[in-house]
Design a protein around this ligand. Sequence first.
Ligand code: 3HC
Length: 297
Amino acid sequence: MEIRKVGVIGCGLMGSGIAQVAATAGFETVVREVAEEPLKKGFEAIEKSLAKFVEKGTLTAQQKDETRQRLRGTTSLDDLADCDLVIEAITENLELKHETFGHLDKICKPETIFASNTSSLSITEMMTVTSLERQRRFIGLHFFNPVPIMKLVEVVRTILTDPAVYDEAVRFAERLGKVPVRTSDRTGFIVNRLLVPYMLDAIRALEEGVGSIVDIDNAMKLGCGYPMGPFTLGDFVGLDTTYYIAEIMFNEFREKRFAPPPLLKRMVKAGLHGRKTGRGFYDYTKDPKNPTPMNLL
Ligand code: 3HC
């Protein structure tokens, strides 16, 4: 079965990006949010991002219009019933995901492929609310922020995934213009398995006085050629998200390298969640383009 129509659930940071790249790649796309207000916000982000591509010349004004015509917003899950592929990008809450997939399983075509953009929850646990036949058509498609720019998609299979469905999902990622990597349903997949301990270690290095926020960031940026140092990246991803992923990984593997350091926990409790709350390892409230490091120790 060829994928023609794509449904995206959630029009937040990740969902809006996924819907945008699907529509840009030529797929008829419908994106669902729980209410009109977050849907509107998601579409504003899409408009802004498409405008950037037009400005840069990587997309023509006509391609932008065609993309917009292929993209539709809705507040009803039932509008996703005839999709060939549904990608869930809602809050990382297993109960909510179960509720969503349980409903979709009843209304979608038997051949619809179900995918989750989760970064850390178990795809296997997620699929248990669907029929046995659907479980063979259930995968992970993990995108990276900012979705329109980042080339990677982790394509995740479970022990029950039908190999033909898996290959179709890999082809779908390629049709989006992304680079798919094949991985299995082990918490953190490839990227977070390696990235999370690195980010946590940077926080431990800060706690131990190895270097300042700016010096550790500069060291990794200029010494290793990373686009952002670990603290800038943590603020960008969201420290609440980083903490949440680390907790899940620690619970899964019981290994110290995944344990969130006390400083991270305290920052999250204090509402320092990074860019989205204005403060994290850096303070973005005065000049977001030139943030100043926080005094945290
Ligand atoms: N849409 C369109 N264009 C965008 C965009 C968007 N959403 N976001 C950024 N851009 C464009 C900018 O306009 C700019 O274009 P230009 O070069 O023509 O001016 C270009 O991308 C670069 O952006 P900036 O100049 O603002 O800044 P940078 O050069 O630092 O690039 C970045 C930004 C691409 C985010 C880069 O810093 C980067 O690659 N950072 C690392 C990001 C990363 O590691 N993401 C993964 C996080 S982990 C994750 O998501 C997994 C989860 O499970 C935790």
